[in-house]
Design a protein around this ligand. Structure first.
Ligand code: MN
Length: 269
């Protein structure tokens, strides 16, 4: 048997085992997505910047005179609404990469192993908690080096906050939500070959990131390194530190900077 045939054979077996695990048990599919509805919180920018629209659903017909046998809606929202994907073109630092928008990113880059960094306790004690390089190095001591093509997900349990007010946590001096220390981002973006980061907060940067140097380090450096972001994730408390596989393909919006999406994780049950 040729090597190619052996490789194809192994891959076919792996796919069959994957399906058997999902259908018959052994692999649990965890939904990392928040419900998308008009009440879904969207990021609020300072008033000098243009705002993003909240999600809206407009009924076209519902088995009535407008359409006797069918129900459907128009939808409208900003690309960065609810659980959503950030493409490199979203940020000025990522605007010149080829294949940097939602329609052109190679699709294999939407799927990768998850590294789940659990800082829920720290975020509970301090809403401005920042993941540092030391946090990541400590995680690697326990679970091994963050592998290439990984999604690095920060578990803060922030998605447990049920009201928009608690979730956005905006005060007179801006939002207070956890995120990444400016020095942690270059480590992930340049010293580890990750797909991107995922967070439970409304954006990948911390609430106080407008005051950081550089401003919005996660957006600036991640997208400036042609990497992605996933925001408003939930159920990260159902994932193991390593071993889960995350599937996160955005809508194929031509020249899109991001899109709402359904994020799934495959977990050994
Ligand atoms: Mn975004």
């Amino acid at each position: 048997m040729s090597t190619t045939t052996q490789t194809e054979g192994r891959a076919a077996t792996a796919l069959a085992q994957l399906v058997a695990g999902i259908v018959g048990g052994g692999i649990r599919v965890v939904d990392l997505t928040v419900p998308l509805e008009p009440a879904t919180p969207t990021i609020r920018l300072p008033p000098q910047f243009a705002p993003s629209k909240a999600f809206a659903l407009e009924e076209i017909s519902r088995y009535d005179a407008r359409g006797p046998a069918w129900y459907w809606n128009n939808i409208a929202c900003g690309e960065h609404t609810g659980t959503h994907f950030d493409a490199p073109v979203h940020w000025v630092t990522g605007k010149d990469y080829p294949n940097n928008a939602t329609h052109s990113i190679p699709v294999d880059r939407f799927i990768g192993p998850a590294c789940v960094i659990d800082v829920a306790r720290q975020a509970r004690e301090n809403p401005d908690f920042l993941v540092t390089r030391a946090t990541l190095e400590e995680w690697e001591k326990h679970y091994g080096r963050i592998p290439p093509h990984a999604w690095v997900l920060i578990r803060t349990d922030w998605s447990h906050r049920s009201s928009a007010q608690e979730f956005l946590n905006v005060a007179a001096d801006g939002a207070h939500t956890p995120g990444f220390h400016p020095q942690a981002v270059p480590f992930l973006a340049r010293e580890r070959d990750i797909l991107g980061v995922g967070v439970e907060t409304v954006g990948t940067d911390a609430g106080q990131a407008p005051t950081f140097e550089p401003m919005f380090p996660c957006h600036t450096i991640m997208h400036g390194s042609n990497r992605f972001g996933l925001a408003s994730l939930t159920n990260l408390d159902q994932l193991p530190p390593t071993g889960a596989v995350v599937i996160a393909p955005p809508l194929k919006i031509v020249n899109g900077s991001g899109s709402p999406l359904r994020v799934l994780a495959l977990v050994a049950a």
